[in-house]
Design a protein around this ligand. Structure first.
Ligand SMILES: Nc1nc2c(ncn2[C@@H]2O[C@H](COP(=O)(O)OP(=O)(O)OP(=O)(O)O)[C@@H](O)[C@H]2O)c(=O)[nH]1
Ligand SMILES: [Mg+2]
Ligand SMILES: [Zn+2]
Length: 369
């Protein structure tokens, strides 16, 4: 492993906590028995983009296109995950000068979602703050926001709600939206109300934009994520697209995630809008994200109250009915996903028995030799 230039990496979002995590993981590796398979001349870089065949890496000075060692892809898949934008990785060059990603450092924070089949898809890694961008037009949807909050909190990331298109909304609409939001997710979430095209949006976000910080922009298509990226960058680095007049829906202008450096030293990850969002979360984490329900449940008459039709239910009394419905829906999904994880683990162990992993390792070694 080459020497770590902490100062250079800081410009691409290396925090002291991340650096500690990396060093710990490298030390553990050295303590392991010598493994001739391991590459030792890797450089620490950050994943700025992930494509089907290649990835873009940033070393703090410039970007490099790279490919991923098949055995890394496979070992991540065996753990039900994959590389994500924001990951810190070790990369090395082969005899032809081509870059290969060899290892992923365990992420400090990690956002993941599930698809309809329960498969996990990484969203971003090593993010400090998630800006949940939601328009004050027809995009405004509290159920969806609750889903995003679960996703973000489950990943160990701080959520900041950004209500966009304030310039186009009448003051009564803004007041009503803020009140609805407070009634649903409580006073702990203090939303920002912005015109994402205005430099004022960047000023409002200044507390989360310190040097070395990484932000990810999440929200539906057309919410204004790329517009905000451009405002923060002070340059038109991302394409933006108009929304449909009648329902404020975007046209999925952004199609892949990408990490960008901002003038003040922070990094931002722009993402494509997701139509249906399913957080990757277990029951306990989900309950923690709906802390109001969890604490009210202590006051239900029956200890095993399911807050459905039971008498003396403090949750039904104290929580907005739509919030409770949304919680129950998320709970059902989380249970179904846990099931599919177990099924997947069984499948993976069957593969291992068949020795495919060993075969792939041998092939990967040939590829870089
Ligand atoms: N008036 C106004 N228009 C905005 C604001 N934010 C975004 N827009 C417009 O909304 C449209 C969609 O903005 P984008 O930034 O492309 O949205 P996005 O979230 O990146 O969408 P996808 O890339 O499709 O996920 C563009 O026409 C923007 O100009 C805002 O605060 N005020
Ligand atoms: Mg976009
Ligand atoms: Zn109850």
């Amino acid at each position: 492993m080459n020497e770590i230039d902490a100062e250079r990496l800081r410009s691409i979002g290396m925090t002291p906590a991340c650096l500690q995590q990396v060093q710990r993981s490298l030390m553990e590796e050295n303590a392991e028995e010598f493994d001739a398979d391991r590459e030792t001349d890797g450089s620490l870089m950050r994943l700025a983009e992930v494509h089907r065949e290649t990835v873009q890496l940033h070393d703090g000075d410039r970007e490099h296109a790279a490919r991923v060692m098949p055995r890394l892809t496979r070992s991540l898949a065996e753990h039900g995950t994959a590389l994500a934008v924001g990951d810190w990785v070790l990369a090395g060059r082969d005899a032809h000068g081509a870059w290969w990603v060899q290892r992923r450092m365990p992420p400090l924070t990690h956002l993941a979602r599930r698809d309809a089949d329960g498969r996990r898809h990484p969203v971003a890694s090593n993010v400090d703050t998630a800006l949940l961008v939601m328009g004050l037009d027809d995009d405004f949807n509290l159920r969806r926001l609750e889903r995003y909050l679960v996703l973000v909190e489950a990943g160990g990331v701080l959520p900041v709600v950004v209500l966009s298109k304030a310039d186009a909304a009448p003051p009564e609409r803004i007041a009503q939206a803020l009140e609805q939001l407070r009634g649903r997710v409580g006073a702990a979430i203090e939303p920002l109300v912005v015109d994402t095209r205005s430099p004022d949006a960047a000023r409002q976000l200044a507390p989360w934009l310190g040097a070395g910080q990484t932000l990810v922009l999440l929200g539906s298509s057309g919410a204004g994520k790329s517009t905000l990226t451009n405002t923060l960058a002070g340059a038109p680095i991302q394409d933006t697209g108009a929304v449909r007049e009648h329902d404020s829906r975007g046209k999925h202008t952004t199609t892949s995630r990408s990490l960008h450096r901002l003038p003040g030293g922070a990094c931002v990850i722009d993402t494509p809008g997701l139509r249906a969002l399913r957080p990757d979360v277990d029951e306990a984490t989900l309950a923690a994200s709906f802390a109001d329900i969890e604490s009210l449940a202590l006051r239900c008459r029956f200890r095993d109250c399911r807050h459905a039709a039971e008498p003396g239910c403090a949750v039904r009394e104290g929580v907005a009915p739509d919030r409770l419905r949304n919680y129950h829906k998320l709970l059902r999904e989380a249970r179904r996903d846990t099931m599919s994880v177990l099924e997947r683990q069984r499948m993976v162990s069957e593969w291992k028995v068949r020795g495919r992993a060993g075969h792939a390792r041998a092939k990967a070694k040939r590829a870089v030799a």
